[in-house]
Design a protein around this ligand. Sequence first.
Ligand code: SAM
Length: 352
Amino acid sequence: MSDRDNLLEKAYKTNDLTKEEIIYLLDNMTSSDREGLYSYALKTKQAYYGDKVYLRALIEFSNICRQDCQYCGIRASNAKVERYRLTPEEILACCDQGHKLGYQTFVLQSAEDLWYTEEILVALINEIKKRYPGVAITLSIGERSTETYQRFFAAGADRFLMRHETASQELYEKLHPTMYFEDRRSCLSALKDLGYQVGAGFMVGLPGQTSADLADDLRYLKGFQPDMIGIGPFIPHSQTPLGAEKCGTIEDTLVMVALARLLIPESLMPATTALGTLHPQGRELALKAGANVVMPIITPASVRKQYALYENKICGDDHPEDCRYCIERRIQSVGFQVDLGRGDSLISCNNG
Ligand code: SAM
């Protein structure tokens, strides 16, 4: 057995690798090592979650942003984006349609748009919970105060997605001129302490990102034990300062998905839209490399294309019902079963 075989076997059997071991693997992996890694990750996913793939309906409700992330197509400085904001009534109409399509989780995602005050969002969360008892609400709206997060939680929000983006402080600060590395991490810890099921995650292939940075991403996740982990390739957007940079690769992203599955086996991991954009079978490949969630978009067709974090994002012309059944076919095509239940993470179940 090669050193790499030994390390992959260790990751599979112990769910752990040191930073140095991860760097060694990332720098020396062959295509046959990758196949071995994906198969260990798939076995691990099956041992913890079986063949189920959970669906989350994604509502992208505003692209108006106060932040200026260097990679993001809807950053504040991009004057060429046509901006939109769905009203609470329009968001509720999306939920209604999503509920009819069978979804039990609504992910309310937006740019950092403070038009949605604490009061507006609390009322919206209350109304969703009243209309659809038993559904889970996931927020993905960026940084707010701990008190505000607490009020959203008290109103009925169950989960919160906030990628840490990169575990390298230097890279984080270069990419986020309006944000602070420590603030992001404090928000994640506060959300967890409040009782949310929390999703962290990062981009792969960011300009200047090294194997050591990616190893730090995995070690951070291992320590933090998030309920959900979102990993996607960086995809440049021409109207941003990183417009001329290269995309992250499908192989590198799948390797990180698979290693995250081995190191944090109880987490829920989406096969991300960015992976589906990079490669026509990107999401299916991610499901075969350890992912077990897909987030079909139910944003109204009239504004979908305006939520362009990167260019050529898939499903821009689709309607919610198209995405619902397209995704189901894709999941079945690689031998997995759609589960429309709430799909709480094993980490949250084990913590009571
Ligand atoms: N504003 C919220 C936040 O900060 O968590 C949620 C929305 S934010 C636009 C969602 C995610 O999109 C980010 O966490 C980032 O990882 C990803 N993203 C943004 N631009 C991207 C790009 N050019 N390529 C790939 N992913 C990107």
